[in-house]
Design a protein around this ligand. Structure first.
Ligand code: FE2
Length: 500
């Protein structure tokens, strides 16, 4: 087979893989995008090569970075953004598969290898970076050496480029189907990464709303898709992550947790994946109005005055306005608008804002309201101590003044069990444990799966086992039962250690 050289002088030798990868759909309407995608990848390849071979001030380096900046700009201008994905060694630009052929086999392969070294499976650009930002990104992609290959490569690379000022080139992992998620550690890591990304995207959303800027909706939709995937495939870990503390401030973590709980409730109700996505967007936007409320007021300890209370309550209609300002993005923000407005209304239409005429609350609003009530009450804040999860569930169920839809409260209880994930319990064997998951047998709602941390003699176990409290002895009696719920802090237990 003959050899050809690409534009940068490197020899391309096509082989069977190239031929196999050359199977691609018809060019059709995507042909122009395919050309732009190829131009971008070739420019990225040239930049990688020239920075490797020449000093930074060399004319070839400058020209390749110019080309990279202009091809990116072309795609963002025409297509509204750039997304490059690698899946099974095939490159996609804005969801269009690129043919790997004799002309670009070496260059595409080079880019894929450079991405893989840094654990990158996805690259996203909404605002075209300038030449300087591309220079920083490409040179770090080229020289990146992970400190140790412990599955944290991407995280390390993300942190590195962010520290060096790369803000407009977002990188992420390969999509779930391709990532090595078989073992539990990898699944936990993927869930944790999703959680961290969700908190930072929420922060970006709130800060944009506060500054009157348009947030990057693509980041929001991407992160909600990830949370939906994680809740569908990795629910126990996601629920455990909601017990994590120490991330930024309460508003952002509360929003992400409400999103997780809402999706888990929606899943129990049998919502389709696309409706779960809508629900996730609505949940992520529900408190966005708080970005327009004074920060001092949000964190003020003690009771609020009447005037302060009404400013705080205004976050509902302010949130609806924030979501309305995103209306150019179509229907999605409009659903968020309704949820932002309704999530503190009760089913009898008390609560706030005051309803002027009879209305049926959106089911998304009612789900978000239950998730918000549960998460807020179980989270310690400056002005409120955390209540034990089982106490909160009982209150929501038994006290009608909370005003939630009982069907949804029941769904939450079924989801969490009477003893939610992360609850610290004492058993009748005097063992101390953490609730790991609700029992899959719904007749045993009070008998969760528990991780035993300490045995009956007070010894802490090095390798804490999981036990099913529904297991019985030969005489039919249960082997273990919960006798009380306790505060994990009393035993110096960091709940999140057992979920991440
Ligand atoms: Fe709220």
């Amino acid at each position: 087979m003959s050899q050809v050289t690409n534009g940068s002088g490197e020899t391309d030798t096509p082989d069977a893989t190239a031929v196999a990868n050359a199977v691609e759909g018809p060019e059709g309407d995507d042909s122009a995008l395919r050309l732009r995608g190829r131009a971008f990848l070739l420019a990225l390849y040239k930049a990688l090569r020239s920075i490797k071979l020449y000093p930074m001030d060399n004319v070839q380096v400058r020209e390749s970075l110019d080309e990279l900046a202009s091809t990116t700009s072309d795609i963002v201008t025409v297509d509204g953004g750039l997304e490059v994905r690698i899946s099974s060694e095939i490159l996609y630009v804005n969801a269009v598969r690129l043919r790997m052929d004799v002309d670009n086999f070496a260059s595409f392969g080079h880019v894929i290898r450079a991405f893989s070294r840094a654990g990158v499976g996805m690259l996203l650009v909404d605002t075209p970076p300038g030449q300087q930002e591309w220079k920083t990104f490409v040179s770090h992609l080229l020289t990146f050496e992970p400190e140790e290959d412990n599955g944290q490569r991407l995280h390390e690379f993300q942190r590195l480029i962010l520290e060096r000022g790369v803000r407009n080139v977002i990188v992420g992992p390969r999509s779930e189907g391709d990532a090595d998620l078989e073992d539990e550690a990898a699944r936990k890591l993927a869930a944790k990464r999703t959680y961290q990304q969700s908190v930072s995207v929420t922060k970006e959303l709130f800060e944009s709303a506060r500054m009157g800027r348009t947030p990057r909706l693509r980041h929001i939709t991407r992160v909600v898709q990830s949370i939906v995937d994680q809740v569908l495939n990795n629910e126990v870990t996601m629920m455990g992550l909601s017990r994590l503390r120490g991330y930024d401030d309460y508003t952002y973590t509360n929003t992400v947790n409400v999103c997780i709980f809402s999706l888990a409730i929606g899943r129990r109700l049998g919502l389709s994946k696309s409706r779960l996505f809508d629900l996730g967007i609505a949940a992520l936007l529900h408190d966005v109005g708080k970005s327009r409320v004074d920060v001092d007021l949000l964190v003020k300890p003690g009771d609020l005055t009447d005037a302060e209370l009404s400013r705080m309550k205004a976050h509902t209609w302010l949130g609806a306005l924030c979501a309305f300002e995103l209306r150019q993005f179509g229907e999605i923000p409009l659903r968020g608008m309704i949820t932002a407005y309704e999530h503190h209304m009760k089913v009898d239409l008390s609560g706030y804002p005051k309803a002027r005429r009879p209305r049926e609350l959106s089911v998304y609003s009612k789900i978000v309201a239950v998730a918000d009530a549960y998460n807020s009450a179980t989270t310690a804040r400056d002005h409120a101590e955390a209540k034990s999860p089982d106490v909160v569930l009982r209150e929501l169920w038994e006290d009608p003044s909370y005003g939630h839809d009982p069907v949804l409260v029941k769904a939450l209880i079924n989801l969490l069990g009477i003893y939610p994930v992360g609850t610290c319990v004492i058993l009748d064997t005097f063992e101390v444990g953490l609730v790991h998951a609700a029992n899959s047998d719904s007749t045993h709602i009070d008998r969760p799966i528990v991780r035993i941390l300490g045995d009956g003699t007070g010894q802490w176990l090095d390798d804490p086992p999981l036990v099913d409290l529904a297991v019985t002895e030969s005489d039919g009696s249960f082997s273990r039962s919960i006798i009380k719920v306790t505060d994990p802090d009393r035993y110096l237990i960091n709940v999140s250690d057992y979920f991440v």
